[in-house]
Structures are given as structure tokens and as C-alpha cells.
Design a protein around this ligand. Structure first.
Ligand code: AMP
Length: 117
């Protein structure tokens, strides 16, 4: 629920201004900042202010928010000068999720192989 404080993940702490981030975009619904361990020349994370733990926990009421995150991902890619880019949402530990506050990776600036590891 939007009225609750963000969950106490590292991203919650970033949202609350308790630890710094290299911000590239912000609005009422989300924040985007550079990943501390970039996997490509551009690696930005787009996170909702609302602390949804992972995509599999998202509810129908999050439909507009989830669409917004993708539109912001595309806006950030354009801002970063990327014509081509990849978005990734890891949902669950086995899928590679390590921070349990939903986030969209925006990755680009080099050729990206497929399938991912
Ligand atoms: P995931 O593995 O999909 O949960 O992605 C979490 C991402 O958060 C990883 O790529 C980390 O490098 C990144 N990360 C962790 N802590 C921070 C931080 N303080 N600032 C920016 N990125 C972070």
C-alpha cells in the first residue's frame, strides 16, 4: 500500500534518503539510479516508491505503476543515449533477485548476448 513506509531493503533506504545514489530520474511514482555494480556501460535501476517486494507479488492495482516503470525505463534509456537496450526484472532468488524491492534493470551500451546466463 502506498501509505506504508518502504520495506527495509537497501532500496528502501535509498528512497528514504538514508544512503546516497547516483540518481538519473525521479518522479512521484519512481526513482532511477545507476547500479553500483554495472554490467554494461549503462546500467540503471528503476524502482517504484511503493515497496512491492517482487514482480510475482504485484497486484492488479499495480497495473498503471508497472506500465509507468517501463515507460520510465525507455525514457532513461533515451536520456542515456541508448537506441537499443535491455530491460530485466528478476523475480525471486532463483531468477537472480538479490534486493527484494521490485526494480527494472535498464542495461545497454554494448552488444548483449541472448539467452542470459
Ligand atoms: P537483482 O539482483 O535483480 O535483485 O538486482 C539488484 C541490483 O542492485 C544489483 O545489480 C546490485 O548491483 C544493485 N545494487 C545493490 N545495492 C545497490 C546500491 N546501494 N546502489 C545501487 N545499486 C545497488
Amino acid at each position: 500500500m502506498a501509505s506504508e513506509a518502504p520495506a527495509d531493503t537497501i532500496f528502501g533506504r535509498i528512497l528514504r534518503g538514508e544512503i546516497p545514489c547516483d540518481q538519473v530520474y525521479a518522479d512521484d511514482l519512481c526513482l532511477a539510479f545507476r547500479d553500483v555494480q554495472p554490467q554494461a556501460p549503462v546500467h540503471v535501476l528503476v524502482i517504484p516508491r511503493e515497496p512491492i517486494s517482487q514482480l510475482s507479488e504485484a497486484q492488479p492495482e499495480h497495473q498503471l505503476l508497472l506500465g509507468h516503470l517501463l515507460l520510465v525505463a525507455a525514457k532513461v534509456a533515451q536520456q542515456e543515449g541508448l537506441a537499443d537496450f535491455r530491460t530485466v526484472i528478476n523475480s525471486g532468488a532463483e531468477a537472480g533477485q538479490t534486493v527484494f524491492h521490485l526494480h527494472v534493470h535498464v542495461i545497454g551500451g554494448r552488444p548483449l548476448a541472448w539467452p542470459p546466463g
